[in-house]
Design a protein around this ligand. Sequence first.
Ligand SMILES: NC(=O)c1ccc[n+]([C@@H]2O[C@H](COP(=O)([O-])OP(=O)(O)OC[C@H]3O[C@@H](n4cnc5c(N)ncnc54)[C@H](OP(=O)(O)O)[C@@H]3O)[C@@H](O)[C@H]2O)c1
Length: 250
Amino acid sequence: MGSAETGGILLTGGAGRLGTALRGLLPELTAPSRAELDITDLSGVEQAFANYQPKVVVHTAAYTNVAQAEIEKALCWRVNVEGTRNLVRAALGYDLRFVHISTDYVFWGDVGGYREDDPVGPVRNYYALSKLVAEELVRLLPDHLIIRTSFRPSPWPYPTAYTDLFTSQDYLEVIAPQIALALRNLHRIPHSTLHIATERKSAYELALRTRPDVQPARRQEALVVLPEDVSLDIGRWRGLIANWDSGLLP
Ligand SMILES: NC(=O)c1ccc[n+]([C@@H]2O[C@H](COP(=O)([O-])OP(=O)(O)OC[C@H]3O[C@@H](n4cnc5c(N)ncnc54)[C@H](OP(=O)(O)O)[C@@H]3O)[C@@H](O)[C@H]2O)c1
């Protein structure tokens, strides 16, 4: 999927939504397919690290179906927790920076405006639990960066959107370039946790931007318990890019 040069950036989940966007933005990424690098297979992960000798690992691979995770808990745990643990185990033997893509769902989600250092949990659903535990595993590594974010494909892919669910999520074409910018400037990020998102809004407001016929709905209609407000404070990220002359700020 990507070139197999050593000493570069190794991407997990390169065929996923975010992974595909990042590969388009950063062609230098090495992105083995799931067949080449199954994160649930420790010896395969160790072999991949030995082959690629990465200086940076960007971990986007995950079980991401939030509703289905309530039914497939074991699979969700295996990929999100055990898969991340395998990567962390392998990474401990290398001098590298480990970038882990996480979610706003690690917060309880009643007040919103969460800052990077606010306490995480308790969580509302099983997917969120698995992602929270994965974060804690990544914190075992001396040089890590946890990026909490949230994104949707464009146009809005559902006929309805929740009016009572507030987040800082945005469309992939807005979020992916920001994550790519962070990856290009890792040496200028002195933090171990970073929120990359946009302003607080309801899911319905976001949906209307790309799907004017979207119908309003309520969180209670979802197949899984969802938080009311997991919006993220993005001051840290804004502060960083303000000094980078990135062209991303208005
Ligand atoms: N989407 C969101 O709104 C959102 C919000 C916050 C955070 N995130 C996080 O952002 C990251 C990317 O999300 P996404 O929406 O781009 O995910 P996605 O489209 O579901 O892609 C996930 C990728 O992980 C791969 N994968 C699954 N199990 C694997 C395994 N055992 N070994 C190797 N690869 C495996 C999948 O491979 P296959 O292609 O073979 O299935 C797929 O390429 C995830 O960590 C997710 O938790 C997403």
